[in-house]
Ligand binder design. Structure first.
Ligand code: 5GP
Length: 214
């Protein structure tokens, strides 16, 4: 399950606080080029990632496996690999996942091998995962990654986005909101906080962060 850290052991980064528009990674970051983007469900992580994929094809974005059903417009192998429980459990048992979590009744996990390959090649690599997954990656990478937390402009805005999506039944939305409350409380575990006021701004800040450590 563990991805070995790149090069010699090193202090974890600590550059907390909202990133300014010209955000840059802390100067001492020079090893793996792994960035972990996390934040509550509904905050807009996947929209940011879709925009990043369009704008910066040089940044490799990990495709997770999930047991959730595809939403309209989602393509197998692009947003996720959609698998059944049996296949997910097989991958987990075979040690093929870097991290995983059960979220609102479905399982999600990051296939280890493609991530390891990109890290070994020194390529910029992004994971978009939940808080629990981010904690597992921090453990596995011994802090050798940049952890970015995406916050909503306000709680009301997050509720609006989650209820307005209209793709999930009410009880699933309720579950997501209750997890979101816990996730927001963990924001200060991250190296950088970005507020999702605009997809374009967040994307620009992310690209700056990712490209500032080579
Ligand atoms: P959604 O169902 O809205 O696509 O995703 C639900 C949550 O699962 C989001 O917070 C998303 O970031 C998270 N997620 C997506 N892929 C992974 C993964 O591979 N691992 C973990 N731990 N969380 C994931």
């Amino acid at each position: 399950m563990a991805v070995p850290p790149h090069g010699e052991a090193r202090e974890a980064v600590a550059a907390r606080g909202a990133a300014p528009s010209g955000a840059s990674a802390p100067a001492e970051r020079r090893h793996s080029r792994l960035t972990v983007l996390s934040g509550p469900s509904g905050v807009g992580k996947s929209t940011v990632v879709a925009e990043l994929r369009r704008q910066s094809p040089d940044i490799w974005i990990s495709v997770s496996v999930t047991t959730r059903r595809p939403r309209p417009g989602e393509v197998n192998g692009r947003e996720y690999y959609f698998v059944d429980d049996r296949e997910f459990d097989r991958m987990l048992a075979a040690g093929e996942l870097l991290e995983w979590n059960e979220f609102a009744g479905n399982k999600y996990g990051t296939p280890l091998e493609p991530v390891r390959r990109r890290i070994d090649e020194g390529l910029p690599t992004l994971l978009e995962i939940d808080l629990n997954g981010a904690r597992q990656v921090r453990e596995a990478m011994k802090g050798d990654a940049l952890f970015v937390f995406l916050e909503p402009p306000s709680w009301e805005e997050l509720v609006r986005r989650l209820t307005g999506r209209g793709t999930e039944p009410a009880e699933v939305v309720e579950r997501r909101l209750s997890v979101a409350r816990e996730e927001l409380a963990a924001a200060d575990e991250f190296d950088v906080l970005l507020v999702n006021t605009s997809v374009q701004d967040v994307c620009r800040q992310l690209v700056t962060l990712i490209n500032s450590y080579r």
